[in-house]
Design a protein around this ligand. Structure first.
Ligand SMILES: Cc1ncc(COP(=O)(O)O)c(C=O)c1O
Length: 373
């Protein structure tokens, strides 16, 4: 077990544990499922909140050679962690920063004609061919070349002069919905687009896409959420191992009875003699306020529902049914763990596992368990 130097779990109010063996096992499952395609790792947003400094080296040790982040700054930080990896920047070419991509050996994902023009200009200026990925929009209408822009590029291949396109990519909008016909439609649009571009390896599948048919793996898959334990097949049992565990400490206990209320807004009205425990985390730690009155935690294997509103640093739970010896100040309660996984918390909060993970707070003592390789 490795504790991050800045945080001592013995005095920490809440402890976030990242299981690197589970992370590595998830990578290997995705890689095996997608084989013979290569399997990249999407580590943007601090590896979906888990901590890129621990997650990226573990993923590399598990076999990943291709990494995606969203922003240039993330790429620069990742380059310092992984000197050998191929790193691509999904948000494209930051204006005026072409030299930074070259210095740090980062590949821009060229998303629109202006970026292609800028990268082409940089190749001409440096007198060296420059590498990039090219993004074709097949229905997200977010990033990537639209239909008209693709027509223009297909008609004028000289726009890519000086640029080596190492990967042509697109992105599924609905792959998490097993029966959604948009996935097949996007894949067909993408294949048609590829036929009009210089020959290059291709990628379209995110985590869910990997499980929607071998044909979608193409040359490279780009999983993110499934690496970190989110279920990529929500209609079926989760094939991934849980990677994140979160525990928070009980600060104080209080006996309350009708007609008392608990917390801001007095939203929870006590109906019976009730034991309330106040635990040390809140929305400032990414424990979403929408969990107010809906979430649950587990105390020594017994369910304890949230009561009242989630505060900035505190959450109140009903421990009336928990053995007295287990519900004591200083005891750790399970917030994310075997009884309540990331997807279940997301359902309670009315959101998705991605948001639960990327919201994970900076005040938690963070530690890792398990070896990656
Ligand atoms: C372009 C792109 N590729 C891959 C991913 C990874 O997706 P997922 O986390 O669903 O596997 C993302 C995530 O948002 C993305 O934006």
């Amino acid at each position: 077990m490795t504790d991050s130097p800045a945080s001592d779990p013995n005095r920490a109010a809440a402890i976030l544990t990242i299981d690197l063996a589970a992370l590595a096992a998830n990578y290997r499952l995705l890689a095996t499922t997608a084989a013979p395609a290569r399997c990249a790792a999407v580590v943007k947003a601090d590896a979906y909140g888990l901590g890129i400094d621990v997650a990226a080296p573990a993923l590399e040790a598990a076999g990943a050679r291709d990494f995606f982040v969203a922003q240039l700054e993330e790429g620069i930080a990742l380059r310092a962690l992984l000197p050998e990896a191929r790193i691509a920047i999904l948000n494209g070419l930051a204006p005026g920063c072409e030299a930074d991509y070259a210095v740090h050996r980062l590949l821009p994902v060229l998303n629109h004609p202006g970026e292609i023009e800028a990268w082409h200009g940089f190749a001409r200026k440096t007198g060296e061919r420059q590498h990039a990925f090219l993004h074709i929009d097949t229905g997200m209408n977010r990033l990537g070349l639209g239909a008209g822009e693709l027509d223009r590029l297909a008609a004028h291949p000289d726009l890519l002069a000086g640029i080596d396109i190492d990967l042509v990519m697109s992105h599924f909008a609905c792959a998490d919905e097993a029966a959604n016909p948009m996935t097949a439609a996007q894949a067909a649009t993408f294949q048609a687009a590829r036929g009009r571009l210089p020959k290059a390896p291709a990628s379209i599948a995110n985590s869910s896409g990997i499980f929607r048919g071998a044909a979608y793996a193409l040359d490279l898959v780009r999983p993110g959420c499934a690496l970190y334990g989110v279920n990529p097949t929500p209609e079926a049992a989760n094939p991934m191992r849980p990677v994140v565990r979160l525990e928070a400490r009980i600060l104080q206990l209080r006996d309350v009875d009708s007609p008392m209320t608990v917390g801001y807004g007095a939203t929870f009205r006590v109906a019976r003699p009730t034991k309330i425990a106040t635990i040390a985390m809140g929305y400032a730690d990414g424990y979403l306020r929408s969990l107010s009155g809906r979430g649950e935690v587990w105390v020594a294997g017994t369910r304890a529902p949230l009561v009242g509103r989630v505060s900035m640093d505190l959450v109140t739970i009903d421990v009336t049914d928990v053995a007295e010896a287990d519900a004591q100040p200083g005891a750790l309660v399970e917030v994310i763990g075997p009884h309540r996984d990331v997807d279940a918390i997301a359902r309670d909060a009315g959101t998705i596992g991605y948001e639960v993970l990327t919201a994970l707070g900076q005040r938690y003592a963070r530690r890792t368990v398990g070896a990656a390789a």
